[in-house]
Design a protein. Structure first.
Length: 460
C-alpha cells in the first residue's frame, strides 16, 4: 500500500485537538492512514535567507511531521503577502481588499520551490501526495520540475471565484497552468468546479475530455467536487464528554430566561460578522418581543493579527457590539456577548447544544465546518435551528438549514425571528435531514472519495 504524504501550509500534531478546520480534518486522515505531514513549522527566523529553511523531523504516533522554518521576509511576502493579501481576498470575491504588491509573487514561488526541494528528500517512489490549499498551488509543478513522478492531488479549501474575478490576479494564467501539474484537483462545491471548468476553457483554451478531465498546456488534469465533512461520531462523543456537558449546564443555568443565538468563527472578513450584528440589531428593532430575551454570543478567535484588514475588522466589531449593547441593553440583559478568543474544542459542543439558533452567515466560505459541527452537537429531541449563508459551500448540501443572504439585513432579521419561533416538529424534521446529510458525507467519506479518485485518475 502506498504511503500518504500530506502537504499543507500549517502542520499540527494529529493527536492534539487543534482549532482550524484543516488541522482537524487532516489529523483524522493521517491518524488512520499513517504517513508524512509536511509544511511550515510556524517558526519565523529573523534575518534568515529568503528561500532557505531548515527541515525538522518529529514523530507523532504513526505520523512523521516534517516542517521547514521560514525567514522573516518569506513569512511577510509569501504568507501574509501573496497567500493572504492576494489569493485569500480574491478567492473570497473581495477584490477591494487585495494588495497586488510586486514583491509578493517572487516570495510565493520561492517558498513553494523551497518546500518542493525539502519535501523531495523525504519522498518514496510509491508515495501518494495530497497538497492542500491556496498557499501551495504551484507545489506539484515545482516537484515535477525536480523529477517527481508520484501521483499528486490538490484540494482547495477556499472557494474558486468566477473567471472574471480570478483574472484580476496578475498571475492568474500562471496559477491555473500550475494546477495542470496535478493528477487531480478537488474543490469544495459544484459551483467552484464550474468556475474552474469555465475558466480553463475560456482563458486557457482547455479541451473538455468528459468526466471532468481537461486538457491544456500539453497536460491532462481531472477535477472534481469533494465537499469536506466532519467526524460526526467523534463530535457527538465530544458532545457527551465531561467538558461539553459542564459547559452546557453552566450556560443553560446562566441563560435560563434567554433565547441564545450563537456565532463561532475565526475573526475574518469573509465570515460576515458586521453584517450579522447589523441583522441582530434590526431584529431587536423590528421584533421587540425579543428585548430582554434574545442574546447573541459571538465568539471570534484571533486570526492573522499582523494584517491591517484584520485589526480594522476587530475595531469595527467592537464598536458595533458596544453600540447595540448601549442602545438596547438593560441592567439585567446584555444583547451581545462578544469574545475575541478560542473556545477549547472539548467545550465547544456544549455551547452549540445550548444555542437555540446558530448564525453561520459568511459572505463567502469554501465549506464551513462550524455549520456541520452545530448539527452534530444538537439534541435530536429538541434541536436548535441552523441559519446558513447561501454563499457558504455547505449550502449545496445543507438545504434544510434556513438559507440566508448575509447582505440582506432585513431578510436576515426576519429569518432569525422565524428561527426563534420555529415549532418543535419543524426543528426536529429539519435537523433529522441535516444530520443525515453530514453523516453521509463525513470527513472519512471526503478523504476516501478524494484518495480513491486520485488513485484512479488517468495520468498524462
Ligand atoms: P476556516 O475558515 O477556518 O476553514 P471552518 O470550516 O468553519 O473555517 O473551520 C473552523 C474550525 O475551527 C472549526 O472546526 C471550528 O470549530 C473551529 N473554530 C473556529 N472558531 C473557533 C473558536 N473561536 N474557538 C474554537 N474553535 C473555533 C477553511 C475554509 C472553510 C473550510 C475549512 C475546511 O475557510 O471554508 O470549511 O477550511 O476545508
Amino acid at each position: 500500500m502506498s504511503r500518504l504524504v500530506v502537504v499543507s501550509n500549517r502542520v499540527a500534531d494529529p493527536r492534539k485537538a487543534a482549532a482550524g478546520g484543516l488541522a482537524v480534518a487532516l489529523g483524522d486522515a493521517l491518524n488512520t492512514a499513517g504517513g508524512l505531514w509536511f509544511g511550515w513549522s510556524g517558526t519565523v527566523i529573523a534575518g534568515g535567507t529568503p528561500g532557505e529553511g531548515e527541515l525538522h523531523l518529529q514523530k507523532a504516533g504513526t505520523v512523521t511531521l516534517a516542517t521547514v522554518d521560514l525567514c522573516a521576509e518569506d513569512h511577510a511576502d509569501y504568507y501574509l503577502g501573496y497567500s493572504n493579501s492576494v489569493l485569500w481576498p480574491v478567492f473570497h470575491y473581495r477584490l477591494d481588499l487585495a494588495r497586488f504588491d510586486a514583491g509578493y509573487f517572487g516570495a510565493y514561488r520561492r517558498v513553494n520551490r523551497l518546500f518542493a526541494r525539502q519535501l523531495l528528500t523525504r519522498l518514496l517512489p510509491d508515495d501518494i501526495i495530497w497538497v492542500h490549499d491556496y498557499h501551495l498551488i504551484p507545489l506539484a509543478d515545482e516537484l515535477r520540475a525536480l523529477g517527481a513522478t508520484q501521483r499528486i492531488g490538490f484540494f482547495l479549501h477556499v472557494p474558486l471565484p468566477p473567471q472574471q474575478l480570478l483574472a484580476a490576479i496578475p498571475q492568474h494564467e500562471w496559477l491555473m497552468h500550475a494546477l495542470f501539474a496535478y493528477d487531480l484537483v478537488g474543490f469544495q462545491s459544484e459551483a467552484d468546479l464550474q468556475n474552474f471548468s469555465r475558466y480553463v476553457q475560456a482563458e486557457a483554451g482547455a479541451e473538455d475530455l468528459g468526466d471532468n478531465y481537461y486538457k491544456a498546456f500539453g497536460r491532462t488534469v481531472q477535477a472534481g467536487a469533494f465537499p469536506i465533512g466532519i467526524d460526526v461520531d467523534e463530535f457527538a462523543a465530544l458532545t457527551h464528554g465531561k467538558d461539553a456537558r459542564e459547559m452546557y449546564e453552566r450556560m443553560k443555568d446562566e441563560y435560563s430566561r434567554r433565547q441564545l443565538l450563537l456565532g463561532v468563527e475565526r475573526l475574518d472578513y469573509s465570515k460576515g460578522l458586521p453584517q450579522r450584528l447589523r441583522a441582530f440589531k434590526a431584529l431587536l428593532k423590528k421584533y421587540p418581543d425579543n428585548l430582554r430575551s434574545a442574546t447573541l454570543i459571538q465568539i471570534a478567535s484571533p486570526s492573522r493579527e499582523a494584517m491591517d484588514t484584520y485589526t480594522d475588522l476587530l475595531q469595527e466589531l467592537e464598536s458595533l457590539c458596544g453600540a447595540i449593547n448601549g442602545d438596547f441593553g438593560e441592567l439585567d440583559w446584555m444583547p451581545v456577548r462578544y469574545m475575541h478568543r478560542n473556545v477549547a474544542r472539548k467545550r465547544l459542543p456544549g455551547l452549540y447544544r445550548v444555542a437555540r439558533v446558530a448564525l453561520v452567515t459568511p459572505l463567502r466560505d469554501g465549506m464551513n465546518l462550524v455549520a456541520k459541527e452545530f448539527i452534530a452537537a444538537q439534541d435530536p429531541a429538541d434541536p436548535g435551528v441552523l441559519m446558513l449563508s447561501r454563499f457558504a459551500g455547505a449550502a449545496e448540501q445543507l438545504k434544510d438549514a434556513l438559507l440566508v443572504n448575509p447582505y440582506d439585513t432585513d431578510g436576515m432579521a426576519d429569518t432569525i425571528q422565524r428561527a426563534l419561533q420555529m415549532p418543535l416538529q419543524e426543528r426536529q424534521a429539519r435537523h433529522q435531514t441535516l444530520l443525515k446529510n453530514i453523516r453521509e458525507q463525513d470527513v472519512h467519506w471526503w478523504r476516501m472519495t478524494f484518495l480513491k479518485a486520485l488513485g484512479a485518475a488517468a495520468r498524462g
